[in-house]
Design a protein around this ligand. Structure first.
Ligand code: ZLS
Ligand code: CA
Ligand code: ZN
Length: 386
């Protein structure tokens, strides 16, 4: 297995922001992932000869306006829990409902999340890195002039716009349990960006992402959606992911790839409803890594924080190709090293996310949805061949 030059972006302040008591989105999980990564013998991960560790420069308001409106960015840079009330008229226009509170430090948090993804894009653009990682990014729902689904600034769209300055075609793959609507919408009419989201569909946020949504104008066919049902297992997921990505890579021939690794598709997630193990989730990283196309790994959702930390630690190892040294293949891995959050990982203290016994609704005999969904997705890709 050949080496990859990996850049890892992490800002030590990111874990101190909070969306508020009782809010499911917890930036602290990124600190937990980092602590877990740091707890492994350093030559394996953080001090691996192929890994460079960066504290990313914070994104500027000007960088954000490459996608977002000046008014919206200006609002975000000024809003605080206190001024939110004064700015109610304008605030409600930008921050709708309880999903996106105006929390303390909201602007700095946005500059950290977007700064990491822009830093990742820069390393890839300069050809200095094969894989760049920002677990604080992946906030796929943010719109041009509106926050949505816990996302304020769309760091993914900003990173893709930056990659497009150097690369002719960018592929965006989204394995978060929710539809990657903000990214899809931003590139809906271009054939230079192909978006591909796997997500739960049916009475689920944000309610978009059917196979009818395929892109428009020049972009027709370049937005691919794979709507799924509850209980998605590793095997069923792989049976769709592998052939679909294999065909996309052959037909679209991306010059760079962004993988949004939303961890709410893991088994036991508080908001998600899939049944993927850590290895089933990380398979997506390992699969895309094999093709040796410049790759950016971003975070996203993930609400059972101990599992988010496990998955993103393991996927950092996958980027380096050393995952088998963390969890020996075919064996039960041993206990994880001691770390700041060790007790959160009980009772087994292992680097694992195990499946549960929920039914894989995608496989219901009476309604073999998954075969139709796969066929339709492959048909859409075939049509791109012209
Ligand atoms: O993809 O379902 C919704 C919207 C509502 C229902 C919930 N209420 C609070 C607002 C209106 C229709 N929102 C989803 C958003 C899911 C975003 C996923 C982001 C990502 O993973 C990428 C990062 C939703 N699901 C669950 C909640 N919101 C939610 C649950 C509990 C709470 C507490 C805090 C806030 C209000 C009470 C909240 C939201
Ligand atoms: Ca998704
Ligand atoms: Zn999600």
């Amino acid at each position: 297995m050949s080496k990859r030059r990996v850049s890892y972006f992490y800002d030590p302040d990111v874990g101190s922001y909070t969306y508020g008591l009782g809010h499911p989105m917890k930036p602290h999980r990124i600190l937990m992932a980092h602590e877990l990564i740091s707890s492994y013998p350093s030559h394996l991960l953080l001090s691996h000869p192929s890994l460079t560790h960066f504290r990313p420069p914070r994104a500027s308001a000007q960088q954000m306006t490459a996608f977002h409106t000046d008014e919206y960015v200006h609002f975000l840079s000024r809003v605080t829990p206190e001024t939110m009330d004064e700015l109610t008229g304008r605030g409600t226009q930008f921050l709708v409902g309880d999903d996106n509170p105006a929390f303390e430090g909201i602007w700095e948090f946005c500059t950290i999340s977007a700064g990491g993804s822009l830093g990742a894009a820069k390393r890839i653009n300069e050809g200095r890195s094969d894989i760049a990682i920002n677990w604080a990014g992946g906030l796929h729902h943010a719109k041009k002039r509106e926050a949505s689904g816990f996302c304020y600034i769309n760091d993914i769209v900003l990173a893709i716009l930056d990659l497009l300055r150097v690369f002719p075609r960018v592929l965006y793959v989204d394995i978060d349990c929710h539809h990657g609507d903000g990214v899809e919408e931003a590139f809906y009419t271009t054939d230079r960006v192909m978006t591909c989201s796997f997500h739960k569909y049916g009475e689920y946020f944000p309610g978009t992402g059917t196979q009818e949504d395929r892109g428009r104008g020049k972009g027709r066919g370049y937005a691919l959606n794979v709507p799924l049902k509850d209980g998605m297992s590793d095997e069923t997921f792989k049976s769709v992911f592998d052939p679909v990505l294999e065909r996309i890579l052959a037909v679209f021939r991306p010059s760079a790839i962004i993988l949004q690794c939303g961890a709410d598709s893991l088994s036991g997630d508080k908001l998600g409803c899939f049944n993927l193990t850590m290895q089933g989730h990380a398979h997506c990283t390992s699969f895309l890594r094999k093709f040796n196309i410049p790759l950016i790994l971003l975070g996203g959702g993930g609400y059972t924080v101990k599992n988010v930390a496990r998955a993103w630690c393991y996927e950092t190892a996958c980027a380096l190709g050393v995952q088998h040294e963390l969890v020996p293949q075919g064996e039960e891995g041993g206990m994880m090293p001691w770390n700041e959050y060790f007790e959160w990982f009980g009772p087994r203290y292992r680097l694992e996310v195990v499946k549960n016994n929920m039914e894989d609704v995608n496989l219901r005999i009476a309604d073999p949805k998954i075969d139709r969904v796969r066929e339709r997705a492959l048909q859409q890709i075939k049509e791109l061949e012209g």
